[in-house]
Ligand binder design. Structure first.
Ligand code: ADP
Length: 526
């Protein structure tokens, strides 16, 4: 049943600050309701209360957005350099409001959003603004008389659908639109149905920055409706996606079955984090907890499998528990100064975590830390450490044993795991195992269908060289975890994705090469 909704919702932050957020689909630089009147209710994960109702794109709206984007691409005026730089400036001007909006809609710590999400996103858009006039081809000599040559032009793909998740709204948006706009593409961004508000607010800045209508359209929608319509649309040239492996597969299939649009995917991971005996244990413990508990583990490169060398296992676990304690700071109030942790993004997400850990408990796993919901309002789960679970442990039920094995080693695809447990964990849960030798842990770490990130700590320089080269992951962190830079690429090996985001590599995701063959011989040369 179509619902009439106000064009703007006035949100109140816990500190009393107010913010107007548009609720319409952003098409041709205007906010418009969905043709069929479809809507999305966005819930605040801290209060469990309705935050806002916004328009939701259905197939008809997607067609309108795609036509607008195609038109803007046909009439493009060249480099987006000045407007992209302005966009970064405007986001910087409004950073505090955007950090608050991320916190309201996603539930994350407002301080983390202010100190991490926003500065990184602003820097990312600014970084790619600098790329806009530095994308060029080559001249290639093809004969030794200089009468013939080849040149390459680096041209934009065209109309790009960009489907982003809910865990880092503005940052994922920046990673996607930065290189796409710099390359001269036009963009249809689909934020997650769980957190549509930050991208809608951002759309206002696009109009203010002076982009021509249609260069950036924003269409909040449910994944299987608007997302699927974009992925299978015959007039979309490229789809870029960040999210789960399961959805990534669907998007690739939709692209293959429609117009073979180009696809880049940044998918899930079950990233290993390794502590060798020579590591600085205290320091490493903060990297391990940060690597899994930041954003409540709702991070595709979260280091969820921890391997600790047996000789330092007990000492490291002590440091680890002390460090885990810090991550409940701010439970109940994600706007409090010093808050680190927050709730899971939705009740469904929190319940998945509950199911997973309860399954592990039933199977006899030892809970070293946390292991329960947080008592209080909001979809919180305590930072959790599950210790020393092995595939040959005594288990209650065969199915649960399989869950545990899959959970620890992640040898199987999402589909197979889902068929056992119906869930994919994406929460503040760390599983710890002991190892004895370097060879053994490399084998364990790589024994997965994923390959997004991996980290290890060691003060042995030779070991560092050997191990970084042996890990099968798109990003390897040495004596640190999780830090990313706009100028260095990020993406997955194996089933963690296709293509690289960030750095110069992301430009390749939005450009294609045209080869032009020249003949200056006036017909004298065949
Ligand atoms: P999660 O399960 O963590 O929410 P998803 O991969 O389902 O992650 O969601 C990430 C993004 O993908 C969201 O914007 C969501 O709406 C979108 N999405 C979900 N299903 C589909 C689909 N079938 N086709 C296209 N996009 C989808």
């Amino acid at each position: 049943m179509a619902k009439q909704i106000p064009a703007v919702v006035n949100l109140a932050f816990p500190n009393g600050r107010k913010l107007d957020v548009p609720t319409g689909l952003f098409i041709d630089n205007k906010f418009v309701p969905s043709v069929e009147g479809a809507t999305i209710d966005s819930i605040n994960p801290v209060t469990e209360e309705l935050l806002a109702t916004v328009s939701s794109a259905t197939e008809q709206d997607i067609d309108i957005a795609v036509a607008s984007s195609r038109n803007a691409f046909k009439n493009r005026m060249g480099s987006q350099l000045p407007t992209c730089a302005t966009l970064a400036d405007l986001l910087e001007r409004d950073a505090e409001a955007f950090a608050g909006l991320e916190a309201l809609d996603n539930g994350k710590s407002a301080q983390v959003a202010r100190e991490v999400d926003l500065p990184d996103s602003i820097a990312c858009i600014r970084y790619y603004a600098g790329w806009a006039d530095k994308i060029f081809g080559q001249t290639i000599e093809v004969d030794d008389k200089g009468l013939k040559s080849a040149s390459t032009r680096v041209e934009p793909f065209g109309v790009c659908a960009q489907i982003i998740p809910w865990n880092y709204n503005i940052m994922m948006l920046a990673w996607k639109i930065g290189p796409a706009l710099a390359a001269g593409c036009t963009v249809i961004l689909k934020p997650s149905e769980l957190t549509p508000l930050p991208a809608l607010k951002f759309s206002e800045l696009v109009a203010e920055a002076g982009f021509p209508p249609g260069v950036f359209n924003c269409v909040p929608s449910y994944g299987p409706i608007g997302g699927a319509a974009l992925a299978s649309h015959l007039n979309v040239d490229k789809v870029a996606f960040t999210g789960s492996t399961l959805t990534g597969r669907k998007i690739m299939q939709a692209a293959a079955l429609s117009n073979l649009k180009k696809v880049t995917l940044e998918l899930g991971g079950k990233s290993p984090h390794i502590i060798f005996e020579s590591a600085n244990l205290k320091d490493a413990a903060t990297h391990v907890t940060g690597g899994i508990f930041l954003n409540q583990g709702q991070d595709c490169s979260a280091g969820s499998r921890l391997y600790v060398q047996a000789s330092v296992y007990d000492a490291f676990l002590k440091e680890l528990k002390a460090s885990a304690e810090e991550w409940t700071a701010g439970y109940g109030d994600n706007f409090k100064e010093g808050a680190l942790g927050g709730p899971l993004v939705s009740k469904a997400q929190r319940d998945k975590v509950v199911n997973y850990v309860e399954g592990a408990k039933e199977a006899g796993a030892s809970i070293l830390y946390g292991g329960t919901k947080w008592e209080g309002k909001g979809w919180y789960y305590l930072p959790t450490i599950i210790g020393d679970v092995t595939p040959d442990m005594k288990v209650v039920k065969e199915e649960v044993r399989l869950i545990i094995i899959l959970f620890i080693h992640h040898r199987y695809s999402d589909d197979l795991r889902s068929s056992f447990v119906g869930v994919k964990i994406f929460g503040p849960v760390l599983v710890v195992s002991k190892f004895n030798t370097e060879e053994e842990v490399i084998e364990l770490a790589n024994n997965t269908t994923y390959g997004l990130g991996a980290g290890f700590h060691s003060s042995d320089a030779n070991q560092c060289q050997r191990v970084q080269a042996s890990l099968e992951a798109g990003t390897v962190w040495v004596n640190q975890y999780g830090l990313l830079y706009n100028q260095s690429p990020f993406g997955g090996y194996k089933q963690s994705g296709i293509g690289r985001e960030l750095g110069s590599y992301a430009i390749d995701n939005y450009t294609q090469i045209k080869t032009v063959l020249w003949d200056y011989s006036g017909g004298s040369s065949q």
